[in-house]
Ligand binder design. Structure first.
Ligand code: ADP
Length: 283
């Protein structure tokens, strides 16, 4: 194009004047090229953003269908276990009455009753996980709710010498089911307390959400062991646990309850490399 232009310029009588006349055209052309390259860069960034959004949505969808299938299976198993378990509980209590004057034997029966109560709790949790109960939303003051939850978790925290901190805008209001919210937050806080060493800190933070379509963001942050990549991918699956005495139903239930609110929950490690963060976004 340059050679062509030079040839054409040699045919022109007053090239300097023609060049001066053409200068604004070149300037406009350069400006346009620059603008187009900026638009191109912006479009490329938008494509990257949309790809990431799609990846996250696909991941959520896959998790949803996996949990739905597991939920169905859990409901079946829970119903099958519940009735015989009720029978065992009844017979153990009758036997305990008969053995009131034989403390040595009574001790064994009481052990059976305790184990059966534990199993019954698991069955109840399994049914809660599969229960499609709708949430009864009311306007809840978030700071008040966080204070209640830290109060409920207080004994567990004190036993481990873990400090529980709440950090919430005082007049932040969330439209949610009070019982479900207590359960969600208590589960997250108790897990966080389990994950930190003696003297650790668990912070529950409430903020207005900056993500459009969600009104409120609640974070439970700890400075504990953190979560390995391997564990993160399974953390919301029912029956997934790394604890000796865990059932692995806590986070599955939390996930289900957050879903009931049309919210989302995510887990990640803290950027400073110490501990984990669970984030709940609610509409
Ligand atoms: P459970 O408490 O019975 O193990 P959960 O579903 O509540 O069941 O938790 C599943 C697993 O997620 C835990 O066993 C633990 O490995 C991991 N986990 C949960 N919360 C945290 C946390 N704050 N830090 C590190 N790991 C966690």
């Amino acid at each position: 194009m340059e050679l062509d232009l030079e040839k054409k310029l040699s045919d022109i009588k007053d090239p300097a004047r023609t060049m001066a006349e053409l200068a604004p055209v070149f300037e406009a052309y350069n400006e346009l090229t620059e603008r187009m390259s900026r638009v191109h860069e912006q479009l490329q960034a938008e494509v990257v953003r949309l790809r990431e959004e799609l990846r996250q949505k696909n991941e959520l969808l896959e998790r949803k269908s996996r949990l739905a299938a597991l939920g169905e299976m859990s409901a079946g198993v829970a119903h099958e276990i519940r009735n015989p378990l009720g029978g065992v509980m009844l017979y153990a209590s009758l036997l305990a009455k008969d053995l009131e004057d034989r403390p040595d034997s009574l001790k064994w029966v009481n052990k059976i009753s305790t184990a059966v109560r534990g199993l019954n709790q698991i069955v109840t949790d399994m049914l809660t996980f599969t229960n499609n109960s709708s949430c009864e939303k009311t306007e809840i003051n978030l700071a008040g709710l966080l204070a209640e939850v830290t109060d409920l978790a207080g004994a567990h925290g004190r036993a481990k010498k873990v400090k529980l901190v709440t950090d919430c805008d005082v007049d932040l209001v969330v439209s949610a089911d009070l019982n479900m919210m207590q359960r969600i937050l208590l589960n997250l806080v108790l897990n966080a307390v389990d994950a930190v060493a003696e003297g650790g800190i668990v912070t529950i933070r409430g903020r207005v959400s900056r993500v459009t379509q969600y009104a409120v963001k609640i974070e439970v942050i700890d400075n504990g062991s953190g979560i390995s990549q391997d564990v993160i991918s399974k953390i919301f699956n029912p029956f997934f646990t790394t604890k000796d005495v865990g059932t692995g139903l806590g986070l599955a239930i939390v996930h289900r309850l957050v879903e009931c609110h049309e919210g989302i929950i995510t887990a990640c490690n803290n950027k400073n490399g110490k501990g984990a963060k669970f984030t709940v976004l609610l509409p």
